[in-house]
Design a protein around this ligand. Sequence first.
Ligand code: CDP
Length: 201
Amino acid sequence: MSFTVAIDGPAASGKGTISRAVAERFGFAHLDTGLLYRAVGARVLLGIAPITAAQELKAEDLDADDLRSPEVAQSASRVAAIPEVRQALLDFQQAFSRRLGGAVLDGRDIGTVICPEAEVKLFVTASDEVRAARRHAELTGKGLDITLGQVLADLRERDARDAGRVDAPMMVAEDAIKIDTSEMDIDTAVETACAEVAKLR
Ligand code: CDP
């Protein structure tokens, strides 16, 4: 039987960590859909046209170096506004969501466009400052030389582009449960999400 958990939210809200933990707890497969857009964005930075990059995306492109860098994130957010790019990635995401044994997908449009029928929809948020501090710690932990202000500006720019685009804008699905992780540590955020999944499982 398939069972889909859709987890959406803005940049660095904690949805990735929560998604991995939910998948592990319930034995579901996990797809970080942001990685698909990042892989396309990275190929575009190498000079490939966005639609071609999306249509010809290969599994090994998801292992490319630096997919987590702010430059790739910005490029991902720019290509993600192109309808043909989103269309090229649609079938793979929908097929993944229907895997037997359950699936967790995290992104921006999972509960609204990719899996409107998902059994559980969560929208994970946190204040801009908290999200920036978390991402800053993550990036500087990897040795990147970047200020908190630069990270905050990057997140805000992407959020505005992701929420403002015409095709599949980031928004809270009508039937999504909102989880604000601003004042939660990661364990509490994971437990809150797992409790919502357990109610419907
Ligand atoms: O990790 P973070 O939340 O910063 O970003 P991500 O989830 O890796 O997504 C990178 C970019 O891909 C986002 O800023 C969006 O523009 C785009 N994206 C999207 O449009 N739709 C998705 N389902 C997932 C990501």
